[in-house]
Design a protein around this ligand. Structure first.
Ligand code: ZN
Length: 136
């Protein structure tokens, strides 16, 4: 089940500058900055009520974010939905014909298991599924 929009990811060229802007916009500072080595990004998270904004800056020219920025410029990069069972959702979406981009969920930012769905099948919007990693 898709529970809710968990966050919206925004690709930025300069994370420090973007953090200043979003801090002014939202009236609150980022609560977490995290480098995600597997995705070659540094992310900063802001809370807006129940939802979050994730700013993403590339740490490598070959990363997906760097390519997105080169092609489309700054802007909304993905919408992330919180799911209860990421494996079940990946299977459901794949059975529905969506192109699920990861064979297995990956460890993403903010203590989440994540997986992406190709924007070609979703009217141009990259979709992220995320499930909180529960500490046992
Ligand atoms: Zn995200």
């Amino acid at each position: 089940m898709m529970n809710k929009i968990e966050h919206i990811g925004i690709a930025v060229h300069n994370l420090d500058q973007a953090c200043d802007i979003y801090e002014k916009l939202l009236g609150v500072g980022s609560y977490k900055t995290e480098e995600v080595g597997s995705e070659c990004v540094t992310t900063a998270f802001f809370k807006t009520g129940d939802n979050k904004i994730e700013l993403l800056q590339a740490t490598d020219e070959d990363s997906a974010i760097a390519k997105f920025l080169a092609k489309k410029g700054e802007g909304i990069h993905h919408i992330a939905f919180e799911v209860t069972d990421i494996y079940a959702e990946m299977k459901r979406l794949s059975d529905e014909g969506f192109q699920v981009l990861n064979e297995k969920p990956k460890k993403g930012a903010d203590n989440k298991l994540v997986c992406f769905v190709h924007p070609k099948g979703t009217n141009g919007v990259l979709i992220e599924l995320c499930q909180e990693i529960k500490l046992l």
